[in-house]
Design a protein around this ligand. Structure first.
Ligand SMILES: Nc1nc2c(c(=O)[nH]1)N[C@H]1C(S)=C(S)[C@@H](COP(=O)(O)O)O[C@H]1N2
Ligand SMILES: [Mo]
Length: 324
């Protein structure tokens, strides 16, 4: 029998929850009652291997673009990750992303724009002032975090590249280097590398779309997509592509990684929407991390992840059940 391989994050809610329950139960049995109280995510790394933070960055706080909700602690943000280039386990990126070199880093800019070329990361960022924006991140797997990102509005960078009138979409691509990314060496990978994503031009130019180079005041941990990753907070997390090496302006809608894998489950738009369930689980609620056995921290999911005021107009004539 041939069994279609599913990504670990494409599990039903009833499959997801027992994993944390299971880990907590093991901690109970090993006698670690404090941890077993389930107040935080089950520890993925021993304390001695906790992720180190990077270099401090100067930034301007942007309260108008920031939620006042409690931030997810750094250790959870940097240890509970989806970055399949380093493995499909939530702890794999924190464990293995160190194997990736992020300095020097350059990005190729192609397609429908006046300023194509290969840009050193510093040159792309140089004219811009860093901002801090505290955004919610809602994963399609029904967990969420609140993360203080440091970065630059995507629109500011794209404008400098001068898209032509034919640019209707912008495409992004992650580094493809199996020598540095062990998940890309895996024979069992569901993904046809490189990881690729895209936005419609008006979505990319929206004031919320952000290119992050840091979090919690320092440069991005590698597992969070160093040295530069996209953050589109009203969309499911998989749109927020990490470790970007290519930007291409296109007339045609780009193909995107998860839509290619399972188009009936993951759409191009991927707007957070509690009214449109995933075919295998509900999207009405989410677990706000840290989440554990005794405090799973379930909350209602809000349409557009609570950013409707800024983005609902982008979709006013669209049937979001069809364009999910
Ligand atoms: N290149 C790449 N980008 C990616 C992913 C990935 O596997 N590869 N996972 C996505 C998913 S599913 C989520 S939820 C977010 C997680 O970001 P975080 O680990 O910084 O919280 O990254 C997204 N970007
Ligand atoms: Mo995700």
């Amino acid at each position: 029998m041939f069994i279609k391989k599913r990504p670990s994050w494409a599990l039903s809610q009833s499959e997801i929850t027992p994993e944390s329950v299971y880990l907590n139960r093991r901690q109970f049995m090993s006698g670690s009652v404090a941890v077993a109280a389930g107040l935080s995510i089950p520890g993925l790394l021993p304390a001695a291997e906790l992720p180190v933070q990077g270099k401090s960055l100067n930034f301007v706080p942007m309260p108008d673009y920031s939620t006042a909700e409690e931030k997810t602690p750094f250790k959870d943000v940097a240890q509970y990750n989806n970055f399949y280039e380093f493995g499909t386990g939530k702890g794999d990126p924190a464990r293995y992303a160190e194997e990736m070199t992020v300095d020097p880093w350059s990005l190729g800019v192609e397609g429908e724009c006046e300023q194509p070329g290969e840009y050193a990361l510093e040159d792309l960022l140089k004219p811009h002032e860093y901002q801090e924006r505290v955004y919610r991140l809602r994963c399609v797997e029904a967990w969420s975090m609140v993360i203080p990102w440091i970065g630059v509005p995507l629109a500011d960078i794209l404008k400098r590249l001068q898209p032509t009138s034919r640019a209707k979409y912008v495409y992004f691509e992650t580094l493809h280097d199996p020598d540095q990314m062990r998940g890309q060496r895996s024979l069992f990978s569901t993904i046809d590398w490189p990881y690729q994503e895209g936005l419609r031009m008006d979505e990319a130019m929206n004031e919320l779309s952000f290119l992050a180079v840091g979090l919690y005041g320092k440069t991005l941990p590698k597992q969070n997509g160093a040295p530069i990753r996209l953050v589109v907070p009203w969309k499911y997390g998989f749109k927020s592509i990490k470790s970007i090496v290519k930007i291409r302006f296109q007339e045609e809608r780009p193909e995107t990684t998860w839509e290619m894998i399972a188009p009936q489950e993951y759409g191009f738009y991927a707007n957070v929407n509690p009214e449109v369930d995933h075919p295998r689980w509900s999207q009405k609620r989410e677990r706000r991390l840290p989440s554990g056995l005794l405090s799973p921290n379930w909350m209602e999911t809000v349409k557009f992840n609570g950013y409707g005021e800024q983005v609902a107009h982008l979709y006013k004539d669209m049937d979001l059940r069809k364009f999910f």
